[in-house]
Design a protein around this ligand. Structure first.
Ligand code: NDP
Length: 496
C-alpha cells in the first residue's frame, strides 16, 4: 500500500537571515514522508557561520531597526498580519506540516493552524492590556517600572507539533519587542520554513530569522552565540540540560518546556464514558506524540477490569492509516527511528513483568510508513520502566490503585511533573487530589484544555519556567525602574 504525498515540497529547504537565505555550509539532510518512508526533500544544514549571519540579522534589527520601539498599536498591526497570513495559507502550511510529520491533515488544518494563527492574536491583545507600575513617594518622587524588550531570542522547537508550538514562541517573543532566530527540528522543517518565508513580507527585515539543521550542530551554535540574549526551548529533558548549561555559560535567561509521564487518574466516582473518551484522547491524539500525554492510566481497582476492557475495545477500532484521509485518527510516527524506539518499550514492559493488552506491533499492512498499532500494556507496579520513561508514542501503561492516597502516591512517583488528569464527579476527591499533584497543570474531567493566559510548564524535570500570557511577558521583557522627582526637593550639600 502506498499513500499520496500531501503536497510537492520544495526540493531544498534553507533558512533566513534578514532578507536573504542563510549560507548553509553544513551537511545536506534528508526529509522523509512518514506515511511512506519516501525521501521528499533536502534540508540544507546551517553551520556556525550561517548561524552567525542569522543572529547578526536579528541583532541589527533589534539594535538599529524600528521593531523594539514601535508603538503597541503598530506592533499589534504586524501581529495581526502574521495571523492573517497563516489563515490565508492554512491548507498549504497544513500539507507541508503533514508531509514532514505524518500528522493527520484534518487535525493540522482544523486545530494546529488555527492555534498558530490564534497565538498571534492572543499576544496582540495581550500587549494592548499590558501596563507598567508607578509609585509616588513623598516628598515629590515618582518611580515607574516599565517592561522593555530583552533583545535577540533563540527559539528552539521540537518535531511533534512544529508550527503550533513554534508560533507560541514567535508570537510572544515578537509581541514584546524582541527579534528572533528560530531553529525547528531537522526532521520537520517544511511548514516552518514556508511560514518564516511568508512572514518576511509582513515583518520588518531581520525581525524573524530561521536556521536549519541538527540540534548538536545548528542548535548548539545558536544557543552558544554571544549575540543571543535569551533562549526558549521545547524538547526533551536531556537536551534541556544541555541548553540550560549553554545559557548558563552566557548568563542568559532560558525557559525549558520538557517531557512528561503524566498520570491520568480515573476514580470510580467519574463519569466513566467521559473518562474513557478522555483517556483515549490523552494517549492517542497527535499520533501519541505529545508532551502532555496521559500516558500512565491509573484506574481505581474496582472498575479497573471493566474500564480496561472498554478502552481496549475502542483502541482496537481506532482508524490507523493515511494522514490525508478524513476518517484517519492515528497516522504514522514521525520517523523510523522513533517507531523502533517506541516499539522497543514492548520488550521493556515484558522484561519488567508486564503484559501487552493490545498492539505492540508495526502496521506493516500499511506499507513502508512508520505505522504502529495503538498499544496498551499493564505492569506490576509504577517502578516499571514503561511507567517511568517518556515513550512519546501511542503507548498507554495501565496501573490499578486503591483509594486517593495510593493514586496520589503513584501519580507523583515520577521524575516528571508536567500535567495530571483527574476524572471524578466527587468534589472533595477532586479538590484533595488536585491540591496534592506535583505537576504544573491539573486538568479535571477534561483533556488538554489550554488557557493561554495561564502559565503552562512543568515541575521537576518537566521544565524550568512557564509559557503563557503573564509568564511570557516576564520572560521576554526586562523590568526597568525609573525614579524622577516631581517636585525636586533640595539635596544634601556635601562639602558646601
Ligand atoms: P529534542 O530535545 O531532541 O529536540 C528538541 C529541539 O532541540 C530540536 O529542534 C532539536 O534539533 C534541538 N536540539 C537538540 N539538541 C540540541 C542542542 N545540543 N542544542 C540546541 N538544540 C538542540 O526533543 P524532540 O525533538 O525529540 O521532541 C520531543 C520532546 O519534546 C519530548 O520529550 C517532549 O515531551 C518534549 N516536548 C515538550 C513540550 C512541552 O511543552 N513541555 C511540548 C512538546 C514536546 P534536532 O531535532 O534538529 O536535532
Amino acid at each position: 500500500m502506498s499513500f499520496d504525498l500531501p503536497i510537492e515540497p520544495p526540493a531544498r529547504v534553507t533558512g533566513w537571515a534578514g532578507d536573504r537565505a542563510t549560507g548553509g555550509g553544513g551537511t545536506e539532510l534528508p526529509v522523509f514522508y512518514p506515511a511512506t518512508g519516501a525521501r521528499i526533500s533536502t534540508l540544507v544544514e546551517d553551520d556556525a557561520c550561517a548561524v552567525d549571519q542569522a543572529v547578526i540579522a536579528a541583532r541589527e534589527a533589534f539594535d538599529r531597526g524600528p521593531w523594539p520601539s514601535l508603538s503597541v498599536p503598530e506592533r499589534m498591526d504586524h501581529l495581526e498580519r502574521c495571523r492573517q497570513t497563516i489563515l490565508d495559507h492554512v491548507d498549504e502550511l497544513a500539507r507541508l506540516e503533514c508531509a514532514a510529520t505524518g500528522l493527520v491533515l484534518r487535525e493540522l488544518r482544523e486545530r494546529h493552524m488555527q492555534r498558530a494563527a490564534y497565538n498571534f492574536r492572543f499576544f496582540a491583545e495581550f500587549i494592548s492590556q499590558s501596563a507598567g507600575q508607578r509609585w509616588d513617594q513623598a516628598p515629590g518622587f515618582m518611580t515607574t517600572v516599565s517592561r522593555v524588550p530583552v533583545g535577540v531570542a533563540a527559539l528552539i522547537a521540537p518535531w511533534n507539533a512544529p508550527v503550533a508550538l513554534a508560533t507560541m514562541k514567535i508570537a510572544s517573543a515578537l509581541a514584546f519587542g524582541n527579534t528572533a532566530v528560530l531553529k525547528p527540528s531537522e526532521q520537520t522543517p517544511l511548514a516552518l520554513a514556508r511560514l518564516v518565508e511568508l512572514l518576511q513580507d509582513v515583518l520588518p527585515e531581520g525581525v524573524l530569522n530561521l536556521v536549519n539543521g541538527r540540534g548538536p550542530v545548528t542548535g548548539a551554535a545558536l544557543v552558544d552565540h554571544p549575540g543571543v540574549d535569551l533562549v526558549s526551548f521545547t524538547g526533551g529533558t536531556q537536551t534541556g540540560r544541555t541548553i540550560m548549561a549553554a545559557a548558563g555559560r552566557n548568563l542568559v535567561p532560558c525557559t525549558l518546556e520538557l517531557g512528561g509521564k503524566s498520570a491520568n487518574i480515573v476514580f470510580a466516582s467519574a463519569d466513566i464514558d467521559r473518562a474513557l473518551d478522555g483517556a483515549l484522547l490523552g494517549i492517542f491524539s497527535n499520533n501519541g506524540q505529545q508532551c502532555l500525554a496521559g500516558s500512565r492510566i491509573l484506574v481505581e481497582r474496582r472498575i479497573f477490569d471493566d474500564f480496561v476492557d472498554r478502552f481496549l475495545d475502542r483502541a482496537s477500532r481506532i482508524r490507523v492509516g493515511d494522514p490525508l484521509a478524513d476518517g484517519t485518527e492515528l497516522g504514522p510516527l514521525a520517523s523510523a527511528a522513533h517507531r523502533d524506539r517506541v516499539l522497543g518499550f514492548v520488550d521493556t514492559a515484558l522484561a519488567d513483568g508486564g503484559a501487552v493488552l493490545t498492539g505492540g506491533t508495526r502496521r506493516d499492512d500499511l506499507g513502508e510508513g512508520y505505522f504502529v498499532a495503538p498499544t496498551a500494556v499493564t505492569v506490576p507496579d509504577n517502578s516499571a520502566r514503561v511507567a517511568q520513561d517518556e515513550i512519546f508514542g501511542p503507548f498507554a501503561t495501565f496501573l490499578p490503585f486503591d483509594g486517593e492516597d495510593q493514586a496520589i502516591s503513584i501519580a507523583n512517583d515520577t521524575r516528571f511533573g508536567l500535567v495530571s488528569y483527574i476524572w471524578s464527579d466527587h468534589l472533595p476527591t477532586v479538590m484533595s487530589v488536585s491540591e496534592r499533584m506535583r505537576s504544573g497543570v491539573v486538568w479535571v474531567n477534561t483533556p488538554m484544555m489550554r488557557e493561554l493566559r495561564a502559565p503552562f510548564g512543568g515541575f521537576k524535570t518537566s521544565g524550568v519556567g512557564r509559557e503563557g500570557g503573564t509568564a511570557c511577558e516576564a520572560f521576554y521583557t526586562e523590568e526597568r525602574t525609573l525614579t524622577i522627582p516631581t517636585h525636586p526637593p533640595p539635596l544634601r550639600k556635601l562639602g558646601a
